[in-house]
Design a binder for this molecule. Structure first.
Ligand code: ADP
Ligand code: MG
Length: 736
């Protein structure tokens, strides 16, 4: 009850006595959520339309598409429920209006002369028409209200669509009927519009229920995003949740990582990519005292950052941003669908008018007949199914994907994936486990160092790197209980190695490429060493090579299967690595990969992709490292794998959460399935109109006596929407 009461222990509230204290999350953001629960907007909330999950706004209001009240989207897990509640209440509203009007609709039907004629009964009394008028008016206003509201929104934003058509159809019917009751003698359309409204309410209720089943990807996405930081606690570095950071904490930001919070650089030097916040693409150099922004990407140096801001401005807003990105990404076919819906709306209105004019003046059948058919054609041509055809599929796809550990950042990426005919894999950490074990440590001829000392120096540097090789070296040092000295001026050379200063000595660790670049002598060992299929990491002190650490990695069991499966799908495979040729060709042989690119400099990786693209291949690149980022961007589809670096994740269209290359095959199969569903839905949503519109317009009336009454038109229209939604829902059961 009293939110200002804080205690670090559970117990009773001192203010109101009896109440049990409840646990609050430490993070500010969650507190914010609790305080803002009574739907007071907080800056970070997003709002979505219950009908159309593609509509996302940063403040509450009306949906620009359909005019409905926006419901809060996800802020945390809590507010996901809020989002569902909003949607649910709309659903409940349709349901309530349906059941309230249903008995009245039945009475109106029962009293209508036409129906009585069919039933062969005759109940007539003096004020029957007035009673029908009163009931019909109530049904029209009470049942029609949600549609009028939504139509108002559409008209205001000039995005005429479904709701405008529905409102138009029932209004035409109603006005006509009122006129028939009071102005000129004639039959009214009360029971037709009443049933029409009933069917629409039912249709919307069922459809929203179905659509509700398709959402939920957001919460899953949010949960999948790793949110940890390296907190410096005295001499130790501990992983903690970014949300748990407090002002004044110091965090270590390793090369290529996202800076977790807004803060000030205490030590270290690096360039930081702030393009995602500022639009400035050139990296900005950061030194002691400089401000860094949460969510930006650290370059090749490591930084110690003091936390200056916490909570929703930073980590949480990052998640929001990612969700927004995912949600706003639309497949290209969406454009086609939107265009189609627009054309269909215009068609509906034109056909409606034409039908009325035709049956009233050209082949005069009376105003009732003409108005009924006009209403039918407007109703049946509602492009509702078309509006749902793509979004329902994409929401299910992203849910299904998330459930399978596939995070779709850009739907267009997934769309292209089905056409890919060349998949390029990064070797380390993608095809191999990226768990390096140290096999041997060699000491150069003239070195005075012991192997342990070489390992210690290398490990001191590698402690700041996040390359799998670095981890292998650090783990070996830990195993041997070596105490690692402090280092200064750490810098990594992606795809080559790293450097730093240990007690005034300049230490360099890296591969042959790096030695050659810096013109260091590499042939300093006793005999011509045979590294076999080990990866060698040279260790140099003050520009003299002192030792060589030999490591080997383990092939993933799944890799072979993946290559095989891809080849069965007529997709070629390539491996791209900065590692030695020997190691690469051995791995390539074992996996039966089509093409192997070895000892590729990081800056050249992207050229290899371009090469394949020039030959006409549609290329997907699968990688995890900082140095894979450009190739991920260059490829037609970039797939970041595993707990890959943030840079890789940032550059990719699709992120595989697990470290399992098999998910690449899954993603391709998902892409194909998704595409099929979208095509099916589009065909269905447009195709049925080919028959429905002419039928409704009365084309088949003269020769076949076939007519489509408004309520049947409404049923057909609702059915087509529901079929589209259910067809999309079938995708949920798809096996990837
Ligand atoms: P891959 O292309 O196979 O994923 P990388 O491009 O990440 O591999 O690295 C290529 C090579 O660069 C490694 O095989 C290793 O020799 C060297 N290298 C990269 N980072 C480091 C590091 N931190 N320490 C030592 N060597 C490294
Ligand atoms: Mg790699």
């Amino acid at each position: 009850m009293h939110k200002e009461i804080r205690s670090d222990k559970p117990g009773k509230c001192p203010k109101c006595g009896g109440m049990d204290l409840i646990e609050i999350e430490e993070s500010n953001s969650k507190e914010e959520n609790m305080n803002h629960q009574d739907d007071e907007p907080s800056h970070n909330s997003l709002y979505t339309c219950p009908m159309d999950p593609d509509v996302i706004k940063d403040r509450p209001g009306k949906c620009p598409k359909c005019g409905m009240d926006l419901a809060p989207l996800i802020k945390s897990e809590n507010s996901q429920h809020a989002g569902h509640k909003g949607h649910k209440s709309m659903e409940e509203d349709f349901k309530r209006r349906f059941f309230v009007t249903l008995p009245l609709v039945l009475i109106v039907m029962f009293l209508s002369p036409n129906i009585q004629k069919w039933l062969g009964i005759s109940i007539d009394f003096l004020s029957r028409d007035i009673l029908i008028f009163i009931l019909g008016t109530f049904i029209f206003f009470f049942g029609g209200l949600p549609f009028f509201k939504a139509a108002k929104g559409e008209i205001r934003t000039k995005s005429f669509g479904m709701m405008t058509l529905v409102a138009l159809a029932i209004s035409v019917g109603y006005v006509f009927s009122v006129a028939a009751t009071f102005l000129f003698p004639g039959e009214s359309l009360y029971w037709e519009i009443s049933t029409l409204i009933s069917v629409f309410l039912l249709g919307h209720w069922l459809e929203m229920r179905a659509v509700r089943g398709t959402t939920g990807a957001l919460a899953e996405l949010a949960r999948l995003i790793p949110q940890t930081a390296h907190l410096i606690k005295g001499k130790e570095i501990v992983e903690i949740e970014t949300e748990k950071l407090a002002k004044g904490d110091r965090v270590l930001v390793k090369p290529g990582e996202k800076i977790p919070v807004d803060g000030i650089v205490i030590s270290g030097e690096s360039s930081v990519n702030e393009s995602m916040l500022t639009g400035e693409s050139a990296p900005i150099v950061k030194n002691q005292g400089d401000k860094v922004i949460g969510g930006t990407i650290n370059g090749d140096g490591s930084l110690t950052v003091e936390v200056a801001k916490i909570g929703k401005e930073t980590a949480i807003s990052q998640i929001m941003e990612l969700i927004r990105q995912a949600q706003e990404s639309k497949p290209s076919v969406q454009k086609l669908a939107d265009r189609g819906a627009f054309i269909l709306t215009l068609t509906a209105i034109s056909v409606g008018i034409a039908t009325f004019v035709f049956w009233l003046f050209l082949i005069p059948q009376g105003a009732i007949f003409a108005a009924t058919l006009a209403v039918s054609s407007i109703v049946v041509a509602c492009p509702h199914a078309l509006g749902l055809a793509i979004p329902t599929v994409t929401t299910i796809t992203s849910t299904l994907a998330a459930r399978n550990g596939i995070l779709i950042k850009d739907m267009k990426g997934l769309e292209v994936l089905r056409k890919v005919n060349y998949v390029v894999f990064d070797k380390t950490g993608t095809l191999t486990k990226g768990e390096f074990g140290v096999n041997d440590i060699l000491v150069s001829k003239n070195s005075k160092l012991r192997p342990e000392e070489i390992l210690k120096l290398a490990a001191a540097i590698e402690a700041h790197s996040q390359h799998p090789i670095a981890k292998g070296i650090v783990d070996e040092a830990k195993k041997k209980n070596l105490k690692l000295p402090e280092i200064k001026n750490f810098k990594s050379f992606p795809g080559k190695g790293a450097e730093g200063i240990v007690s005034d000595k300049y230490i360099l660790v890296g591969n042959r490429i790096l030695l050659n670049e810096l013109k260091l002598e590499e042939d300093v060992f006793e005999k011509n060493i045979d590294m076999g299929v080990s990866t060698g990491v040279y260790v140099a002190v003050d520009k003299k090579v002192e030792g060589l650490i030999l490591l080997s990695d383990i092939l993933r069991e799944e890799s072979k299967e993946v290559i095989q499966k891809l080849q069965q799908m007529q997709i070629k495979t390539a491996m791209l690595t900065g590692d030695r040729g020997n190691v690469a060709s051995e791995v390539g042989k074992q996996l039966k990969i089509d093409t192997v690119f070895a000892e590729v400099l990081p800056e050249d990786k992207v050229n290899k992709i371009k090469e394949l693209q020039k030959k006409g291949s549609i290329v997907a690149m699968v990688g995890d490292g900082v140095n894979d980022a450009p190739s991920l961007t260059q490829a037609h589809v970039g797939i970041a794998i595993g707990a890959g670096t943030d840079v890789a994740v940032e550059s990719a269209e699709i992120v595989l959460v697990k470290n399992d290359p098999k998910d690449v095959v899954k993603a391709i199969s998902l892409s194909r399935k998704t595409n099929n569903k979208m095509i099916q839905n589009l065909l269905w949503a447009t195709g049925y109109n080919v028959f429905a519109i002419p039928t409704a317009a009365g084309v088949f009336y003269p020769s076949f006596n076939i007519l489509l009454r408004p309520e049947w038109a409404a049923i057909l229209m609702s059915m087509s929407s529901i079929i589209v939604v259910f067809n999309a829902l079938l995708l949920r059961r798809a096996k990837l």
